[in-house]
Design a protein around this ligand. Structure first.
Ligand code: SF4
Length: 56
């Protein structure tokens, strides 16, 4: 199950460069994870200040 960025996200963009799979992108003001690319490494969750990336 891939990580999903929940509504807690404040669009700080800190997670984007941390993702070694390049699975995270910003589009139309929302930060999203491509589930097809996510390897569940947890790097985004580690760097996120608000705990937005979660495995739902
Ligand atoms: Fe959103 Fe957290 Fe990523 Fe910042 S690090 S863009 S708050 S998910």
């Amino acid at each position: 199950m891939a990580y999903t960025i929940t509504d807690e996200c404040i669009q700080c963009l800190a997670c984007i460069p941390e993702c070694s799979s390049n699975a995270i992108s910003e589009k139309d003001g929302l930060v999203v994870i491509d589930a097809a690319l996510c390897t569940e490494c947890g790097s985004c969750a580690d760097v996120c200040p608000v705990g937005a990336p979660q495995k739902l």
